[in-house]
Write a protein that binds this ligand. Structure first.
Ligand code: BES
Ligand code: MN
Ligand code: ZN
Length: 476
């Protein structure tokens, strides 16, 4: 789907040439008469290569009908990776077939970003559409013509594929993805990409004392699972990075049932799990010299006679008793037990969790920025850098002690919600209570994981976090 070439050996459906504003130079290989044609058209249409400006020119070169798309990237001094992402995504999304991309400017030949974008364009969630007879193949094959010798592009391609794996898991509906099938898929991916997978069932979880996880999943016909993925790429290091992904394969809200409108997208409540799985694929396929263990509490927040209730008091794996306030705040409960498990039983040295945790994070930051909470400045910076490398926006949220007051319970050690105000922060504070002082990053991806409206993302699942986690771990 995406390749870098240094010699042109075939004809293409479309030739895309990128320019900075007022830096247009027509390629040497074009015959004089066509060069003149292009020059005249550029003058007539007043094409100067402003950001997003396009000029399509078609002409005969010998036997061949050449279609060229001149693509404006705007002023060089205003250029950024995100401008590149935006313009490329916008324009390549409209194409199909084979596309040759070239530019005389190395800055505009960013193969890493092209691999990302082409991956996203070719990703389609159409598994359940019966193909119409005249429906044509929508994918594009993109070749980047680049004279410079480049590093291995495999890493970028694997990152794009791993992001697609996460997207697909999120887009698939809850009648396909449940704790059981998610476990099976993790096992398959572990075999294919080279990481070890262990699945703990309800009985095992009971023995471990994971009562919060069990309570949340209790009303569902498909039983809760704890999925553990291990990749130990550096035996001489003591460090083990622990990843935790919220794996609610559906969230009805439980007895505190959601309204139909807010329930509709709740198949996506396992996006944290999906991104963690995608990241594990990328980490093992690219053979990073790191030790990474990921845990997914997978369950469904359903409604039934045996559902857990507001007012219940439940003993967590950690030992703390938790007063249940609202059964729709289920994510933090399953994450709490998963965090205890990964700290105590897997002996990780730092924790990163990803979760579609709160509606409140969308009120605070909208859908283009992930809210990040961290107990470690250095690690937060490292994550911020990794995220921005991939065009994923993050913003740091506070963990001030005062917020913890809001979780005081009169009947148990802690209650699990702290009211409407600062809802994302009290959720994070609740989780922090289970991290046992380890360096910790919490990413609330409720807004950014689905239909984010980011200009270079398709509708549907975004796979947010896969690339950022990968790059964060690679750089640690
Ligand atoms: N899964 C939701 C959060 C969510 C909302 C994710 C919208 C994606 C889109 C979470 O389990 C939830 O329901 N949170 C509640 C917490 C509240 C009851 C304290 C919320 O945010 O309303
Ligand atoms: Mn919920
Ligand atoms: Zn949820």
């Amino acid at each position: 789907m995406f390749k870098v070439i240094s010699k042109i050996e075939q004809a293409y459906d479309l030739n895309v040439v990128m320019y900075f504003e007022n830096q247009i130079k027509i390629c040497e290989h074009i015959s004089d008469v066509n060069k003149k044609l292009i020059e005249k058209l550029i003058a007539k249409k007043e094409f100067t290569a402003k950001k997003g400006e396009v000029l399509k020119v078609e002409f005969l070169e010998g036997e061949y009908l050449i279609s060229m798309l001149f693509l404006g990237m705007g002023k060089e001094e205003e250029f950024s990776d995100n401008v590149y992402r935006e313009v490329i995504f916008e324009n390549l999304s409209k194409e199909k077939g084979s596309v040759l991309i070239s530019s005389e400017n190395a800055k505009l030949s960013n193969y890493k970003i092209l691999a990302e974008i082409v991956g996203n364009i070719n990703y389609n969630f159409d598994d359940f559409k019966t193909k119409k007879e005249n429906e044509v193949e929508k994918s594009i094959e993109v070749h980047l013509f680049f004279i410079e010798q480049i590093e291995d592009i495999n890493e970028s391609i694997i990152l794009a594929n791993s992001t697609d794996i996460a997207r697909k898991l999120v887009d698939l509906p809850a009648n396909i993805i449940n704790p059981e099938s998610l476990s099976k898929r993790s096992i398959e991916l572990g075999k294919e990409y080279g990481f070890e997978v262990e699945v703990i069932d309800e009985k095992g979880a009971e023995e471990l004392g994971m009562n919060l996880l069990l309570a949340v999943g209790r009303a569902s016909i498909t039983k809760s699972k704890l999925i553990i993925m291990r990749y130990m790429g550096n035996s001489s290091s003591e460090e083990i990075i622990g990843l935790v992904g919220k794996g609610l394969t559906y969230d009805t809200g439980g007895l505190c049932t959601k309204s139909p409108d807010s329930m509709f997208d709740m198949k996506t409540d396992m996006a944290g799990a999906a991104s963690v799985i995608g990241a594990m694929c990328a980490i093992s396929k690219n053979k990073l010299k790191k030790n990474v263990i990921a845990v997914i509490p997978a369950c469904e927040n359903a409604i039934d006679g045996n559902a857990y209730r507001p007012g219940d008091i439940i003993k967590s794996m950690n030992g703390k008793s938790v007063e249940i306030i609202n059964t729709d705040a289920e994510g933090r409960l399953v994450l709490a037990d998963a965090i205890t498990y990964i700290v105590r039983n897997e002996k990780v040295t730092e924790i990163i969790d990803l979760a579609t945790l709160t509606g409140a994070i969308m009120v605070a930051l909208g859908t283009i920025t992930t809210g990040v909470f961290s107990t470690c400045d250095e690690r937060y910076s490292c994550l911020e850098k990794a995220s921005s490398e991939h065009g994923e926006k993050v913003w740091r949220m506070p963990l001030f002690d005062e917020y913890e007051e809001l979780l005081k319970s009169t009947v148990a050690d802690v209650k699990h919600t702290g009211g409407r105000m600062g809802g994302s922060i009290t959720a994070a504070k609740f989780l922090q209570g289970f991290t046992e002082g380890l360096p910790w990053i919490h990413m609330d991806i409720a807004g950014t994981s689905y239909d984010s409206g980011v200009k270079w993302n398709k509708k549907g699942a975004t796979g947010v976090g896969v690339k950022s986690l990968y790059t964060y771990i690679k750089n640690r």
